[in-house]
Ligand binder design. Sequence first.
Ligand code: FNR
Length: 338
Amino acid sequence: MTTALFSPFTIKNVTLKNRIVMSPMCMYSCDQEDGMVNDWHIVHYTSRAIGQAGLIMTEATPVTRQGQISPQDLAIWSDDHIPGLKRLTDAIKVHGAKTAVQLGHAGRKAIYDDETIAPSAVGFDEKSKIPKEMTEAEIKETIYGFKTAAERAKKAGFDIIELHAAHGYLISQFLSPLSNKRTDEYGGNRENRFRFLKETIEQVKTVWEGPLFVRISADEYHQDGNSMDDITAFSKRMSELGVDLIDCSTGGIVRTPIEVYPGYQIRHAETIKKEANIATGAVGLITTGLQAEEILQNKRADLIFIGRAFLRDPYWPRTAANELGVELEPPRQYIRSW
Ligand code: FNR
């Protein structure tokens, strides 16, 4: 039986064997505060590759020490991180999955002991530390951090890079009028708020020829936040700049309850795919093979990102295949040849 979920997907030089992506998820599992890959990461990510994900994406991986969400995040701010990350991509690839790294910087949501930096000196909520408004030099340095991280990602053998521009972290803080109150060319109107992301994409692309994804928050759940019109305009600009796929998440820019239900973010992936003419990824409470198949067959998105369902079931693709009546090859280790 042919299904959309188990059909290959090619972007640039990379072909995923199916449409299933392990969504980026912080594991808070580095031993020291050094961001090094350890046995946990090898087991955790590689089991989902054995479980037949088409693409395994790392958790948000900070490009500078100042960008850590937690002290136990995987990191890519130094060349010392490359060997561990290479060990990880090698282990995953043995099982036929492709690899992606999610490059991030937490901005005002960083754990950093000293000063946190952000587009403006506005805290996330009343309890949060007030960040320092970034100087132009700090903006350039941080963008350079994304570029050097992309070079390291290449050396570590990743197939795809995703920029984390969602959930109220640094890039998202620049995009949103709720957190970006700057009066220079990095703040104010839509194009100015987009400038940090634009320059990051441009700099990354000087060293990275492979597929480039960007995760965005397509809904900020606030009347003064970016509208769908803004988000569509950003997505069109990203398409022009050569971004290959928009991974459509929501929220995180302000503290507010979010009403969730099965597929609660899919409509954003659908709108952006249609309006901005760019491939999209759908994510958020997609838990069954049938649900994923519906999204793909109706051309509402191109890839399906699976988060918590993949934590509960490392073999989620097999579970989905059973549901859809698709027979997958077993891992070669499970085939008795004697
Ligand atoms: C996440 N999520 C997330 N998103 C992201 O872009 N970078 C990250 O590092 C993390 N970290 C993270 C940790 C944990 C424990 C969870 C549960 C989630 C969000 C995740 O990728 C996904 O978008 C959401 O979980 C919604 O999808 P599911 O879980 O409903 O399939």
